[in-house]
Design a protein around this ligand. Structure first.
Ligand SMILES: O=C(O)C[C@H](O)C(=O)O
Ligand code: SF4
Length: 508
């Protein structure tokens, strides 16, 4: 790195990716205490805490999806923003080289991953001027899985479970509750929401995302919104979606709401959903030297202990490929499995490819892992896994049942669950869906003993390539079995009923 400014920005990126801020840790710790030991939610949240501890210890990404790096810069009048943009880009490139960020910038038309997180629109940088003589840089690394669960409502609208949401505070209340419900576990719940009321489609979402920069313990200066935030925090957990959508006491960890004027014809409520891996930090920099003067969000340190709970491996069932149909059919929803031997990563690009082509390796009796890891190559040219948690499986819903049948797969590991077509396919072909703990990228990286090889690296880029990984003691939970049972379907249905309980007016 060449300049002090770039060094400071690299430190900001590294810390944001690897070290969860104290206010977020406090929210997670509080949730951890609320879940009953031994439940699926408790196992999941303990695994998450274990992962947070590992990430900080090893200075490695908390989650493999380091998201869309988004910088909010406040600078003095006359400060050179062009130069700052160059510094930010240099720091982003260096952080990617060091494996603190996953190469995440993809051309939608060619499918090409730029490999360095630089590209049209990446990273996102917003500038504001202020009267102070220092520079403040805030950064959020918001992953794609939770970004996909953002939602924007144009009022009035009819909502499942809640009925009509009109153009008033009541309607807004309903939209926010629905936003939490529709995310289920797919955005790695328990999550945080930023809500923007008003604006247009663009500024509404911007306002929603801005709310995610508020410290979790602040109080909204607008009393109406303060009351609404409190109401949502008090009631969203009634949905019992729980950590990773496993069902449980805690579904929402934070809710921040902002408001701006709208135009008469439009009334938007925009919701930005952030996973538990809520990576946002900030620094105040000396405008001349580029040195870090202080950190934001870090006024009160919050240590986390490695939990004693988590997966209990005593009763776990070992799955090793090639797996027999008999073993798969003996599994049922709720079973904890320990995966051993070779698994293959595969996500969107690979599934699309396999629909029309053969697989470069045999998948008979095999295991596919919905995962886009962070990978580093050592000096001897060997690959190592730096971070490797699951990605949202529902994106593979159109392909999965066909791929299972075509290649004789016995298990699919992912998170968030899959739909009716896959469930039927599991039953027909004799396969199971295994839920790994979303975002637990360090926890799972530690289960990988060796990288056996890779296919499609040049074509698909690092996250989408097919990595052949040798794993040991890789725990997951059967959440969809070969008998037509799905925990995801059950939790969705139960939480929809719970949503209905919150139908009656509160702010009318
Ligand atoms: O892209 C990933 O690795 C994960 C993504 O953030 C997801 O939640 O699906
Ligand atoms: S995998 Fe989960 S924790 Fe990681 S970015 Fe996606 S939603 Fe967040």
């Amino acid at each position: 790195m060449s300049t002090q400014m770039q060094e400071s920005l690299l430190e900001l990126i590294t810390q944001t990716s690897t070290n969860l801020p104290p206010d977020v840790r406090r929210a997670i710790k509080k949730a951890q205490l609320q879940e009953e030991i031994g439940t699926r939610a408790s196992i999941a949240i303990d695994t998450i805490v274990d992962n947070i501890v590992s990430a900080e210890e090893d200075v490695q990404p908390i989650c493999q999806d380091t998201g869309m790096p988004t910088f909010i810069v406040h600078c003095p009048v006359g400060f050179n923003q062009l130069r700052m943009t160059e510094d930010i880009r240099a720091a982003v490139e260096e952080a990617t080289k060091l494996g603190k960020l996953r190469p995440n910038s993809v051309d939608p038309l060619t499918g090409k991953n730029s490999g360095n997180n630089l590209g049209a629109g990446t990273p996102v940088i917003h500038y504001h001027q202020w009267e102070r003589d220092e520079v403040e840089v805030r950064l959020i690394l918001k992953g794609g899985g939770c970004e996909n669960k953002n939602i924007q409502y144009a009022l009035p609208v009819e909502l499942p479970g809640l009925g009509r949401a009109g153009r008033d505070l009541e309607g807004i209340r309903k939209c926010i509750l629905h936003a939490v419900y529709q995310a289920q576990g797919q955005g790695c719940s328990a999550g945080f929401i930023g809500v923007g009321i008003g604006g247009d489609r663009t500024t509404g979402y911007e306002l929603a995302k801005e709310q995610l920069f508020r410290p979790l313990d602040d109080v909204n200066p607008n009393p109406t919104l303060a009351e609404l935030e409190q109401y949502i925090m008090d009631n969203a957990n009634h949905l019992e979606i729980g950590t990773m959508g496993f069902g449980g006491k805690v579904t929402l960890l934070g809710c921040k709401i902002g408001v701006m004027n709208r135009i008469p014809a439009s009334f938007y409520v925009s919701v930005a959903y952030n996973c538990w891996a809520f990576r946002r930090l900030g620094v105040v920099l000396d405008a001349t030297s580029g040195e870090i003067r202080s950190w934001l969000y870090r006024d009160k340190e919050e240590k986390m202990e490695r939990p004693t709970g988590g997966f209990s491996t005593d009763q776990a069932i070992v799955l090793k490929a090639p797996i027999s149909e008999e073993q798969i059919r003996s599994l049922k929803v709720g079973d904890v499995v320990l995966i051993e031997g070779e698994i293959h990563t595969g996500r969107d690009e690979l599934h699309k490819y396999l629909m029309k082509h053969d697989s470069p390796v045999s998948l008979q009796g095999g295991i596919i892992y919905h995962c886009g890891p962070v990978m580093m190559k050592d000096d001897a040219g060997e690959w190592h896994v730096t971070a490797a948690g699951p990605t949202t499986s529902s994106r593979e819903e159109p392909y999965q049942a066909d791929i299972i049948e075509k290649f004789g797969l016995r298990a699919v590991i992912g998170k968030g669950g899959m739909g009716a077509k896959t469930l039927a396919g599991l039953q027909k072909s004799g396969a199971v869906y295994l839920n790994a703990i979303g975002g637990a990228a360090q926890f799972y990286a530690r289960c990988v003993n060796k990288v056996n090889g890779v296919d499609f690296l040049d074509e698909f880029g690092v996250p989408e390539a097919m990595w052949h990984l040798e794993v040991k003691g890789f725990p997951a939970i059967v959440t969809m079995d070969a008998h037509g049972n799905s925990l995801h379907k059950d939790v969705d249905e139960a939480s929809l009923l719970k949503l209905g309980d919150l139908k009656d007016p509160v702010f009318a």
